[in-house]
Ligand binder design. Structure first.
Ligand code: ADP
Length: 366
């Protein structure tokens, strides 16, 4: 979707991907057919473009560093990715910048985690330092029996974190241009699936947020992005405890909690991302309706699908929905396949319409 936004602004996009059918490869005819985390591939890409960006934070910082050394601009920069690609380094960075953050501990052995749970109490959160997404890589230890599930894992690849009994999860998208411009989107609420791991709905603006909480969330989110010397677009996830904000994590890219901007804001997060990395003036972030609801389309099962039938069913349920399907080749249970945006006036009514349209979509698929 970043590639589509770049093309709209007149840029030619080259994708580094060995898969000719990946979502980004389907958008542009220009492709370096190598692995997206290979140094050789990144250098070949760097030779043909003036700026490199990414859509996942698992790209190796060393790849970006090599491109930077050769004079190619990369946003986010390699030093930012170095911190954000490892959740423990991210926590340490927030701590060093006095940002409100859960207590955390590096682990040399599982004894260190047991010690943390003795000091902080249960539940205890264990997080994979690298490669986690959508809650894969987050384990919550609630009782003695849960320890057995982690015993088989390598403790050095994980770290321990204090469990926060938050009231809700908020998020803020922030864009920073190389020459210094900053754009901050409204504070949104992100609601998770019943298993607690994947984003289910995003509601913009966060329902009944106070002015104090909103400005606190924006200020802390901006400080967090500045702490990692972020240039480009960033999604900052926060835990809200009353009006108090605690930083969960930063994603250095367009983010699921910013998908609502595609139809719900004057400037979509993808266009803002391209504007920032190309050092163009940043766009306004105002909402286009009193309420915007984004509903994720998480695959209910594995297998094949009839997209046309499902889209028709969803459009029957709500003719004004905006449907985005990512073109992933394979549907696996729980996988994010797309999302829907709905604009409305009333929060509950818009949420209900989004949920009904989504149910109709999945029903049409079977
Ligand atoms: P991922 O990058 O895989 O999405 P997160 O760190 O965002 O991982 O965690 C996924 C979810 O787990 C969060 O959205 C939140 O609901 C829960 N969670 C994560 N950290 C904590 C914590 N310290 N306390 C309580 N819940 C947490």
């Amino acid at each position: 979707m970043s590639a589509q936004a770049a093309q709209r602004l007149g840029y030619a996009v080259v994708v580094l991907d060995s898969d000719p059918l990946s979502p980004a490869s389907q958008i542009t005819p220009f492709r370096v057919p190598q692995a997206w985390n290979s140094v050789a591939g990144t250098l070949e890409l760097a030779a043909s473009v003036s700026v490199i960006t990414l859509e996942n934070e698992w790209v190796l910082p060393s790849c970006l560093e090599k491109a930077e050394q050769g004079g190619c601009r990369t946003y986010p920069q390699s030093n930012t990715l170095q911190i954000l690609g490892d959740k423990l380094l991210q926590r340490q960075c927030f701590y060093n910048h006095s940002l409100p953050s859960p207590k955390f501990r590096k682990l040399s052995s599982w004894d260190d985690a047991h010690q943390a749970s003795t000091e902080w109490g249960l539940p205890l959160v264990l997080k994979s330092r690298k490669g986690g997404y959508d809650g894969y890589g987050v384990k919550i230890i609630r009782n003695a029996a849960d320890w057995a599930k982690v015993d088989v894992l390598e403790p050095k690849e994980w770290y321990a974190e204090e469990h926060i009994a938050f009231d809700r999860e908020l998020a803020v998208m922030i864009s920073r241009a190389p020459s210094g411009g900053t754009a901050i989107y409204p504070v949104v609420e992100s609601r998770q699936t019943v298993d607690g791991n994947r984003c289910d709905l995003v509601i913009a603006p966060a329902p009944s947020i106070t002015e104090v909480a909103e400005s606190m969330a924006k200020e802390i989110a901006l400080r967090a992005v500045e702490a990692v010397v972020g240039v480009g677009l960033f999604g900052v996830e926060l835990f809200a405890v009353g009006d108090r904000m605690i930083v969960n994590e930063i994603a250095p890219r367009p983010h699921n909690s910013g998908h609502y901007t595609m139809d719900g804001c004057i400037t979509s997060q993808f266009e803002q991302h391209i504007r920032s990395i190309c050092d163009l003036p940043l766009g306004p972030t105002d909402l286009l309706a009193p309420v915007v609801v984004m509903a994720n389309l998480l695959a209910p099962s594995d297998g094949l699908f009839d997209l046309r039938k499902a889209t028709a069913a969803a459009l029957c349920a709500s003719s004004d929905l905006h449907l985005h399907w990512y073109g992933k080749q394979e549907m696996r249970i729980g996988r994010k396949m797309g999302h829907m945006n709905l604009l409305g006036k009333d929060i509950q009514e818009t949420i209900s319409r989004a949920i009904a349209a989504r149910a109709a979509f999945w029903k049409g698929l079977t």
